[in-house]
Design a protein around this ligand. Sequence first.
Ligand code: GAP
Length: 496
Amino acid sequence: MAELKMETLVSLCKRRGIIFPGSELYSGLGGTFDFGPIGVELKNNVKKAWWRSVVYERDDMEGLDAAILMHPRTWEASGHVEGFTDPLVDCRVCRKRFRADHIEEKDYLAFDVLIQEENDQWKETGREIFAESKKAAKKSLKGLSNSFPPDARIRIVQREGDPVRQKRCPECGGELTEPRLFNLMFKTFVGPVEEAAATVYLRPETAQGIFVNFDNILNTMRRRIPFGIAQIGKSFRNEITPRNFIFRTREFEQMEIEFFCKPGTDKEWYEYWVNERYNWYLRFGIREENLRLRPHDPDELAHYALACKDVEYKFPIGWSELEGIANRTDFDLSQHQKFSGKDLTYFDEEDRSRYIPYVIEPSGGVDRATLAFLADAYREEEVRGRERRVLALHPFLAPVKAAVFPLLKNRPELVELAKKLTADLKKRFYTIYDDTAAIGKLYRRQDEIGTPFCITVDVETLEDQAVTIRDRDTMEQERIALDRVPDRMNEKLLLH
Ligand code: GAP
């Protein structure tokens, strides 16, 4: 299959009710997306897969759902009020805004823009273009051309001198302003007055909700260190340049663990969680060749982190972060102890020592994971001379587990039987009934959303009480007794 393009996924998601642009009816709101009927199932299954692995299948984890709005001191303690900023630059020519650290330095040549006068002389217009090549300069000229009379003859001339290495506007080569720091937290107000004293923030990460509940959970759940707390929830960041579909948005969901351990054991736990999280993506179907670990360089580390590794996925936009695993030391609990005045030390009965626990944080994005699972599952195949598009999702993640069709929709007894089978299966698996097209088309529809099983009720079913069950991946069709259908599905859907 050719390299997957992001546009292919965007189009599939729109066509099949997976993901829509946010507020599309009003021409959209940048950096927001809405998950449609199929997308919400996929996203919920990603969250279920994570919760199962990190809470239900373990003995050393607890779950939490903390409030999105938190006391404003939280964000002073965490360093977000002071330091959760991106350097922002504006293009002085086209007025577009960018993150300075997203702009690469490049070799730019300078070009003058000339206009032909009535006396056939060429005169400089005072406008200049900076571009990597003459071809790129000509392209930028097209953008400028509506500022000249429609029949004006324009020429660009390369100025003397070597290319100069610098950062310029990636869209038009224009000069950029000096970077200004821009805080990414969304502000809002509690109560009826819009004043500084009532300012709160929409949380930019779920992590702080865990730290402020460390003591509550330790005591109420009678935990001993080491143990961890897992949380899934919305986070908000006023990203300067949200882009690449659901990869970077302004409203997104995070799946975060804060794992509390004894200082000195942190390096071991850090390696352990890096491994666990990498393997989780493999377990749910990401192909190994599309996954890698990238340790952060020392100058890349966040202010609180002793070490950090990213699990990266080969997205259609290239290798990018899917999840980060950081050793946050005792930074957060120490800060909250300082800002709240409450004792957050832990008494270790084993060696009768008292300390502030160290924290290992695996922090992933639900939307980014969903995008990776979608991208990795997408296949275009040729089957008997026809193109088949299929989402080969792990069955646990598949939005719909089975689709039931009557072979003939004008035979009420087949329709009735198919609907009864759907109702029975619905008690265990998300199952849908469909009779709105011919069987071939119905199969194609289900393949595109990754439904593992299509079940057809036909005339023979009335005699032999058996149905045809088609496997999404092998496309093999098997005739099995109606009462064996749930077991057959369980074989594939149960997690091992
Ligand atoms: N508590 C640590 C923390 O929040 P982060 O690297 O800023 O670390 C963790 O975010 C994960 O959250 C990222 O790996 C990514 O999956 C997701 N994420 C962060 N910003 C995002 C955005 N604007 N849109 C979608 N996902 C985002």
